[in-house]
Design a protein around this ligand. Sequence first.
Ligand code: ADP
Ligand code: MG
Length: 346
Amino acid sequence: MGRFSFSQDLGIDLGTANTLVFVKGKGVVVSEPSVVARNIQTGDIEAVGNSARNMIGRTPGNITVIRPMKDGVIADYDTTAVMMRYYIKKAMRNRSFLAKKPDVMICVPTGITMVEERAVIDATKQAGAKDAFPISEPFAAAIGAGLPVWEPTGSMIVDIGGGTTEVAVISLGGVVTSRSVRTAGDNMDEAIIHYIRKHYNLMIGERSAESIKMDVGVAGEVKEDVDMDIRGRDLLTGLPKTITITAKEIAKALEDTVLSIVEAVKNTLEKTPPELAADIMDRGIVLSGGGSLLKNFDQVISDETKMPVFVTEDPLESVAIGTGKSLEYIQHFRSHPGVSARPFVN
Ligand code: ADP
Ligand code: MG
């Protein structure tokens, strides 16, 4: 192929909620939910991504909708591999003239075990990668957010995803302290479902809970209260019913989840060496991940930590962008297998 052979390496953010694929030289080309619909009888894949997600809570008996990732790690290996294969193909759709398999930089949570990490690598290869290089998720998020990760200065990143919140302090190309908690966006949805069931005897679905969170969800104190109509099933009569809830109520429902994420940030700060803590004090804490879009979350974290807090420009894309940008260092990852993200310098 000579000079026409483009490098087709990929960066993949295999998230609990969303999977994104970054193509070198192009940017993020795939961004879809980590959801697969399977036919139980035939075992066939009925849909992947957005179309599968639209089926959640709406499937006939023979179709099941699977979220193959749970708490940041693979819960259903085969389905994860099928889903990744689909996304890799989709990302490389216009490059069919290249038979070469891509190298893939793939993010993994910091709290991951060796076995869990191995599963991610193997699934990525099974999905069509020539080789797979794991990169620590908050490290990728920090790169994606444009933080000076290679410098001798402390950067703190808090990535609030669907299943996990990853908090990390980074300096000189490595993760200095980190914490991974299994409390994130999904727990907010569950808290809303629970609250509405408890206070209104109304059963609502996951999708509804998520849109309530996005529309009227607030962290901390609600300044301007608003109403929202919610439809669900009355648990007493079994019939559909509409109720009106307020942003104040939803904020109350989200309180515990918000608090435990704040605690994770505080705990990490407590373990941070003083020089780095001083850097973070100057530069602020950076939030990424879809969960950081919860209204007022940055303010609450700032109030609780007494630090400046910023949400990165593309919270849903920063990890994917970071895995993509770190493809530049793929030689380093080749010679240093594992999640250590130290650059190739001596
Ligand atoms: P993951 O990396 O685990 O796949 P993402 O970073 O893609 O997760 O974020 C997904 C989470 O972000 C979901 O829980 C979703 O509900 C939440 N989210 C997305 N947009 C918003 C928003 N505007 N407000 C609150 N939460 C949001
Ligand atoms: Mg993520």
